[in-house]
Each structure stands twice: as C-alpha cells, then as structure tokens.
Design a protein around this ligand. Sequence first.
Ligand code: NAI
Length: 719
Amino acid sequence: MAQYARTKGSIALITLTNPPVNALSSAVRKGITETVSRALNDTQVKAVVLCGENGQFCGGADIKEFAKPMSGPALVPMIHAIEAGEKPVVAAIEGIALGGGLELALGCHYRVAHAKARMGLPEVTLGLLPAAGGTQRLPRLTGIPTALELITTGRHITAQEALKLGIVDKVTDGNVVDAAMEMALSVIGRPLSPRRLSTLSTPPLANLDGVFEAAMAQVKRRSRGAMAPVACVKAVRAAAELPYSQGMKRELELMGTLMSSGQAKALQYCFFAQRAVGKWSLPNGAQWNNSRPRDIRTAGVIGLGTMGRGIVVSLVKAGISVVAVEMEEKQLDLGRKEVTGILERDAKRRGVTAPLHLISFALSLQSLRGVDLVIEAVFEDMELKKRVFADLSRVCNQNTMLCTNTSGLDVDQIASVTDRPPLVVGMHFFAPAHVMKLLEVVCGPRSSAEAVATAMSLGKRMGKVSVAVGNCPGFVGNRMLKSYMDESVFLLEEGASPEQVDQALEEFGFALGIFKVGDLSGLDVGWRVRKSSGLIGPDVNPTFPSRVRQGRRYCPLPDLLCEQGRWGQKTGRGWYLYDSAGGRVARPDPEIQRFLQDYRLRYGIPSRRISEQEVVERCVFALANEGFQVLEDGMAAGPEDIDMVYVFGYGWPRHRGGPMFHAAQVGLPRVLQRLEFYYRENPDIPHLQPSALLRRLVGAGSPPIQQWKQYIRSTHSQL
Ligand code: NAI
C-alpha cells in the first residue's frame, strides 16, 4: 500500500508501506497509482516526494507474485503516469532501490539518496531483465556503457557511485525525506521535460556497433549459455537505436521470451533454495530456529596447505582472531606469505587496512589452548586426523568445538577419539576456500544441535552458503561427483577424447569441463585416495591393470596417467598439455590421443563415435541419479540442498538450477528412460541403475520438486 500525506503546504508525501522492503505487490502498485493521481489532481499540491517506510525505499517486484497471474495495475503505465505528470516528483531513496524499485525512481524527475543506500537492477540474476522501462531509461540517463554494465551484471552500487554516474542528483547523510522535500520545494516551477528520461536520447557514442559487439561477446563468454544477459544487451541496444515507445515494445518482447524460458524458473528456484538451505533440522527435532549458535571470537586452523590458507583468510575477514598451526617451519613460512598476500591484496582493492593483527602463526598445537573453535585441514589421512583430534582433546579447553575439513572421511570416527563427540562436526570448504561460497556442514550422528548451529552460523558469517549434510563417504558433493567422474573416464575408454567430453560439459554450462578440473586440482590427489581405499594395490597387475575392481567396472586410465608423472597443471601435463609446470592454458595433447588408442587396442575395446548428447546425459543423469540415492539415504534434507551444493561448490550452471532441478525440468520419466537405456548397455556400472526414489516419483506422476520429500522412504535419515 501507499500512504498519502500533505506537508509543508504544497508537498504530497507518498510512503510505500509493505514490510520488509516495500516490494511492489499488486496492493502497493494500486496504492501508488491512486495516491499519485490524487496528488496530481490536488491543486494545492505543487510537488511530490515518494519514499518508503522503515528506512527502505523499495526492493522491487514481489517475487512471490511471479508464479501467479498478474493482478492490479501494471508497473509500466504507473511509472509512466509519474513521469508524464505535470508536477515534479522526487524519489527519496533510503536503504535499497532495487529492480522495480530503481525503475520507479527512474520514472521520478529527481532522486535524492541517503549515503548508505544501495541501488541496482538485479533482474538478470533471476533470469529476467528490468522490464518496467529500466533498460530504456537507464541508458538515456547514464549513457550506454554504464547501463550495459549495470544491467547485464545486476551489480548493486552505493549512493556515492550512483551520484558519480548521475543516477541520483544528491546524496545526504541526514534525513533523506527532508532533503527530498527541500529539493522538491526548490524545483517547483522548473521545466520538467529535461527530467523525463523517456523523452531524451541516449548520449551519443562513437563506434556504437563496436561497443555492442564487445558487450555481447563478453556476456556470451561469461554467461555460459544463460539467456538473460544476452537479452539485456539486446534491450539496451534498442534504447540506443529506437524511439522510447518502440524500445519499450522490444523490452516487453524480450522479457516475454525470458519469462517463458526454463532458465528464469531455474534462477528463481535457486533464489528460494539458497534461503531454504539455511533452515536445517536434525532428526531429534533440533533445528535452525530452536538452537542457539555459540559466539565464536577466536579460532584455530591446523595445516596451512591449499585449504588451510583459504580458511584462515575467510575467518579473519569475518573478524575472527585466528591461530594458524603448521607442523614444519617451511610450510608455516609459505602459508604465512600466502595468507598475508591474499589479505593485503584484498585490503588494497577495498581501500582498507589488512586485518593482519588478527592472525598469529605457531608450530605447536599447544597454542590452541584457549580458542573457541578449531578447524583441522591436515592431509586426508584417517590415522593422522585421529592423532590430531586426540591431541586436540588434551590441549584445548573442554568447551572448544573441533571441526574437520575432511573431504569425505567418516566424521564420527574422527569424533570417537575425542573426549567430546557432540562438539565435533565437519566443516567441508571448497578450494580456494576464501573464494568458493559453499560450506558443507557435516552433521555426525553424535554432533550436538549447538555444534551444528554454530558451524552453520559461522559459515554464514564468512559469507558462505552453508548446507547441512549427513555423514557418509564423500558427504553430498563428492559422493555424487564420483559417478560423474567415473562416467567421464568410461567415455574415454569407449572412444571420446578429454577435450570432447569437456567441450560438451562446458556447452551444457559447467564453468570447466571435468578433465580440466582434474588437471587444475591435481590428478595425484584422487590417485592417493584410490590407493588408500584399496582400489590400487600390490595385487593389481602393473602392465595390464584390471578393469573390474571391488565388483564393479573400474577405469585404470587416471592411474596410468599418474604413473607417467602426468599430474595435471602442477607437472605441466595431465589430460592436457601446458606450456610449463604450473601453466594454465590447456592444449589438447596428441600423446594422449595415442595413449587412449593404444589402451583401447590393448583391452580390445571398440572405439565408437560418442555424441555430445550421450556425454551430457551419462555424466549429468548419473550425477542426479546418485542425488536421488542421497535423498533416499537421508544424507541431504531435500533436493534444494543438493542443488545448492552443486551451484556453489561445483561450478554447476545456476541457470539450470542444480542437478535435481535439471532432472525435474528435463522430465523425470525421460531421465528414468535414459538411465534404463544406459544401464542396459552397461550392466557393469551400478550407478546407472535408476534409483528407487526416481522410480517412485515417476510412478507417482512426477510431482513438483517441492513435493519430493513426501516420497522419500528413508528409515535412517541423518537430517
Ligand atoms: P595440503 O597437502 O595442501 O595441506 C595439508 C597441510 O597440512 C600441509 O601444509 C601439511 O604440512 C599440514 N600438516 C600435516 N600434518 C600436520 C600436523 N600434524 N600438524 C599441522 N599441520 C600438518 O592439503 P589440502 O589440499 O589443503 O587438504 C587438507 C584437507 O582438506 C584434507 O583433508 C583434504 O581432503 C581437505 N580438502 C581438500 C580440498 C582440496 O581441493 N584440496 C577441498 C576440500 C577439502
């Protein structure tokens, strides 16, 4: 709704009232339409100020209304009526003016912002474009390059930047409504036509074609198949080339295509899923809203390798004092240099001082005596981790929480050597830990509600998306990844090349193909895990290694590669060739082609042409199939949790919603049918056998993803 008041004799003050962010629900649109019309018709009123209650101007469209048929006045004519009116309207922007909120402000003749306000057109992140004139008015105000950047990225800007870009006319530290009223009084009687953005032309720009071509190339490169950024460029181009009314038609047309696309649905699903995963619960009834997290002020990190360094940075940036412990001087020095460098570069970029005073470095666990929480990030070796946790039990205060960053070991086994299993949880970060947003919080069967609550909330403080997962080998993300990785190497055996598989997966939208990811993180890592899990051992024939291990199909190609010293980027050679050790640019390697041909010949595997469709289906459906099994086993609370793990931790394309959402979008009967087909063809690959939950869902008529939980028959759910 919108409240109407007349103040200072001649000013109508319209206040949007729809907590918490004054979203433009149909009731609010109706309220604005009516109050604006009242102000324009009231002869006493000479100017109007538009503001929002509770310190927020307007958060934009009400996303909850997206799924419903449109009711109430439309946004476009409402904004047009404000702009076309014969009385100056000043937007008083406090808190946020986002999406439709900023479009509303752009329809006003003047804009005053509070110094702490933030603005932006984030529609692109929901698979849409600013379709209430945003793509047409903003370029006329700021010029094309700025509008292109803001609209295609959805970036939020501060009031100061908005002032610099000409989006607002004034910034105040004081009361923004008072400042807007002052401005309103001062502009009464001034001509309004130069302030009506829709009537202006975009500022002239040399080499218009070149600018748009470059922008299009950039969004295509960045967006990995997402449609919305491309549509945004097209809409801004319409602002540059067409009169406003035709530009608006183009904006509407492009919006129509996006609205009906699966991508907008996927991105909106992600928007809600990201919020839903914070609402964790445990089988004993403890959950996010009845369990209190501890206040963590000091933390210890053990192991300053790849992961420990990033974890220290994340903790320090969240304002937590950290004691970082290594076992040897050289590693400690390397770690210190790296951590200091990251923090200093980050501080320089943000124009602040690096919080180096919050870190101390040590070579003994004794230094962890007084910390509130410890995160262990030593080598992935159960015996070593057990030794470390037993030592921590002795060294740390009775109350210190003990967390492990293991990427898949049994958290309960680690907890069992301590004197405090309820205070042990897994905090599984992703590399590089100061960049990647995902945190899997592994709830062991004995982890207390307080410990889970603390790890979840600490993750949030570090800017992570924390997802509670059960304690099984590989947890959720790495457990599912195994079937995806296995499929990719089986495809190599059958005739594909690493670059062909990677290209198909990158075209699907993955940030990097699976073989490039392997080269980047080091092929030796998985090799060691396979050795320690008994898949590689003295009983394996070194010249003719078996293709069946532990009763299922096994591909020895990655092991053979590692034996040749091809460990990926670090050795300059892996599935691809690099210029030097540590090189980053992957080139196909003819030696790998020969190696694969020899291998197929030696094992008598006929090489066949493998289509892009088969690559994507076998990798992606195998991933989703394991996801169904994860749900059935009670290791993830719902499909949203799995999808957020993949979106934030594994480079899954957000515009495809996550593997479970993707399966729903493709159609569960189709996924089932393709898995049945591939399993018939490959009866020695158990993970292609369709999961019971998938069959049950198809049998129930493929209910919407939000209802899947009702069909899970887990008797031992951990969440
Ligand atoms: P890393 O080999 O880079 O670093 C391990 C560090 O721990 C080394 O610097 C080593 O000197 C130190 N260390 C070993 N024993 C120690 C002890 N007793 N006291 C103090 N320091 C000790 O290993 P990375 O990759 O950082 O992995 C660490 C843990 O994180 C492993 O459990 C791994 O599975 C897990 N992880 C790794 C990810 C990755 O992408 N590398 C991703 C997520 C989890």
